[in-house]
Design a protein. Structure first.
Length: 135
């Protein structure tokens, strides 16, 4: 079905209460809300709270688009300056540094091998293990 507006499909995973044994097998740094908060959390209550907040975000996105949220997003994100493997977006496996989040939500990234900058509208950013960072 053709979209009336530019669209994105996304997923959110919340690690609410996962044992350290399981977290150690994830293959990248991972934690859960229970460990970070120091409390036993009820998954149903966390989901209810998350959906209430997400409904507000979704309504703002629908009515005003990402530019209405970009300043708040920038205030909470730590993407700028971080290094990742970029998968998808025609750049599979490139090691990149995020330069900025644009007003439309796209990322400006710098290829760490070539120094070339590009705007990325989709794909997956996978953390680069510290021991493999390119200078």
């Amino acid at each position: 079905v053709p979209a009336r507006h530019p669209s994105v499909a996304g997923g959110v995973g919340l690690n609410i209460s996962i044992s350290e044994d399981i977290l150690s097998k994830v293959g990248q740094p991972a934690t859960c809300l229970g460990s970070e908060s120091g409390r036993d959390l009820n998954p149903a209550h966390v989901l209810q709270d998350f959906l209430a907040i997400w409904s507000e975000v979704d309504q703002t996105l629908e009515e005003s688009g990402f530019p209405a949220l970009v300043d708040e997003f920038r205030a909470y994100t730590d993407l700028a300056g971080r290094r990742f493997h970029l998968e998808g977006a025609g750049a599979d496996g490139q090691e990149v540094r995020v330069v900025s989040v644009r007003d439309d939500g796209a990322l400006e990234v710098e290829n760490l091998s070539t120094g070339l900058r590009q705007t990325v509208h989709g794909g997956e950013l996978l953390p680069i293990p510290t021991s493999r960072l390119i200078s």
